[in-house]
Design a protein. Structure first.
Ligand code: FAD
Ligand code: 2HG
Ligand code: ZN
Length: 468
């Protein structure tokens, strides 16, 4: 049963496990758990259950599975691919209450945290030990560690530390059967069979509900230098990004904002960038945010590398102090907010091979407009990882034609790229997954799902080919 009447006896049993205050049934309250961050994906649910710990999570899943009620696990609900909301009346399992952070293990440089802890909370928790989480992203105040593992989130420091999967040294999760798998010892070398942490990373809530995560931490890079670099063309920005990757050993982030997105974000902030000229969104200009970070001042290393780019860079601003660095970052970090304020975009999150990156950034606006002449492509992203975010707005902030997604993702695949760099497949990219994955791979995915969740109780609408 998904949606429809939830038997009173089931609700009574759930209340017995988590308490009446944590079985939410008021439609005004559950609505907030049923619409995604972008407002593109709107579902509904009769029930939101908020367990407090792993044992309660397991007990809730057992009750729901016995009643044949499917579940959508939800963390901060900041996911961007329609994977965190109940699109077919599923029950939402909100993991936000599992927010406990255990003491930082300074000897191992690791920490075990509840799946519902936000990234910002964990960052603040480990900071006094001189340690940092390897993944950082603009949704840090709401995104949870469980959701970030489930999506294998990327963010701004992947070129240095890898994505979320690379941070996981231990995991605890509840399977669809209600069984708890817990492997949190954090041994750096541990070849004792299948790595369930790796399997659950990027599984988007389809294989298990993550309840606790042991994270590998990194020494905090205390000295930072940030540069905002302006370019006349996307091609020049791509060439400069490749050069900076080769030459700056302390490179910590390498982000891009292309003309159309810079026009929107600077209007949203009410501030022009300190370098480069913002046009009408069609000049082809581009900006890079390049950050170097180390235990000793990296500004000379970054400055020399930027000076070597004089044939490409038209102007550069460099900042060392936190407030000044933040003013440069604002032009990158606020793009998603600025787009959301302008309308409901389609979000295409792609990676290109290095050799095709310039061709793609220059070619994709034409591909978008050929599919929907009224659509507005907005490009930005993690250029150091080859990851471009192509957001597309329709006229007056409406959604663009559905055909835009197909056109862009086919173009990406034709260039050898990935249709999902870091946000996942969710429901948004489900029909294009075959562009990147062979029938044999999809069959293996289905076999894993069948083994761990034969009745499709966990997030049944996302990632996997739908039955029938
Ligand atoms: P949710 O949105 O609640 O859920 C996401 C998926 O994970 C769903 O499929 C859900 O079912 C599953 N899930 C959630 N919790 C669990 C759990 N405990 N166990 C099992 N499955 C679970 N993403 C990036 O990769 N890089 C970025 O730079 C980035 N920047 C962002 C900036 C903004 C402003 C916003 C709004 C989003 C951004 N995102 C980014 C997307 C989003 O923040 C990430 O996908 C994040 O990992 C989602 O975490 P969450 O807790 O909000 O998960
Ligand atoms: C980012 O890099 C996030 O800012 C969000 O991944 C991207 O809004 C988007 O498409
Ligand atoms: Zn991103």
């Amino acid at each position: 049963m998904t949606g429809g009447a939830i038997i009173g006896a089931v609700i009574d049993r759930l209340i017995g496990i988590v308490g009446d205050a944590h079985v939410l049934r008021d439609p005004d309250v559950t609505a907030g758990y049923s619409t995604d961050w972008t407002r593109r994906f709107v579902g509904s649910t009769p029930l939101v259950v908020r367990p407090a710990d792993t044992a309660q999570t397991a007990a809730v899943i057992e009750v729901l599975a016995a009643a044949g009620i499917a579940v959508v696990p939800q963390g901060g609900n900041t996911g961007l691919v329609g994977g965190s909301v109940p699109l077919r009346g599923e029950t939402v399992l909100s993991m936000r209450r599992l927010s406990e952070c255990e003491p930082t293990d300074e000897l191992a440089a690791q920490v075990t945290v509840g799946a519902g802890a936000t990234l910002a909370d964990v960052q603040a928790h480990v900071a006094p030990s001189g340690l940092s989480v390897g993944v950082d992203l603009a949704a840090r105040d709401s995104a949870t560690i469980g959701g970030m593992v489930a999506t294998n989130a990327g963010g701004i420091n992947v070129l240095r530390y890898g994505a979320m999967r690379a941070q996981v040294v231990g995991i605890e999760a509840v399977l669809a059967s209600g069984a708890i798998v817990s492997h949190l010892s954090g041994l750096e070398k541990d070849n004792t069979g299948y790595d369930l942490g790796s399997l659950l990373a990027g599984s988007e809530g389809t294989l298990g509900v993550i309840t606790r995560v042991r994270l590998r931490l990194h020494p905090t890079q205390t000295e930072c230098a940030t540069a905002l670099l302006a370019f006349d063309s996307a091609q020049d920005a791509v060439a400069a990004a490749a050069a900076l990757r080769r030459s700056v050993s302390s490179l910590h982030a390498l982000e891009a904002v292309f003309d159309s997105a810079m026009a929107l974000v600077s209007a949203h902030l009410g501030v022009a960038p300190p370098v480069g000229s913002v046009g009408d969104g069609a000049t082809g200009a581009a900006w890079l945010v390049a950050e170097a970070a180390a235990r000793s001042d990296p500004s000379d290393e970054l400055g020399e590398a930027v000076a070597d780019l004089e044939a490409l860079v038209t102007d550069a601003a460099v900042a060392l102090e936190p407030a000044a660095r933040q003013r440069l970052w604002a032009f990158r970090e606020n793009v998603t907010e600025a787009i959301s304020a302008a309308g409901i975009p389609h979000k295409l999150d792609v990676t290109l091979p290095a050799a095709q990156l310039a061709e793609f950034t220059e070619g994709v606006p034409g591909v978008v407009r050929a599919a929907d002449p009224g659509a507005q492509p907005l490009l930005f992203g993690h250029l150091g990882d080859g990851n471009v975010h192509v957001n597309v707005l329709g006229p007056a902030g409406a959604e663009p034609a559905e055909s835009v997604d197909d056109a862009v993702l086919h173009y990406v695949a034709s260039l050898g790229g990935s249709i999902s760099a870091e946000h996942g497949i969710g429901t948004a990219k489900l029909s294009q997954l075959h562009l990147n994955r062979t029938p044999a791979e999809l069959a293996a995915f289905s076999a894993i799902k069948q083994a761990l969740d034969p009745d499709r109780m966990l997030n049944p609408n996302v990632l996997l080919p739908q039955p029938g």
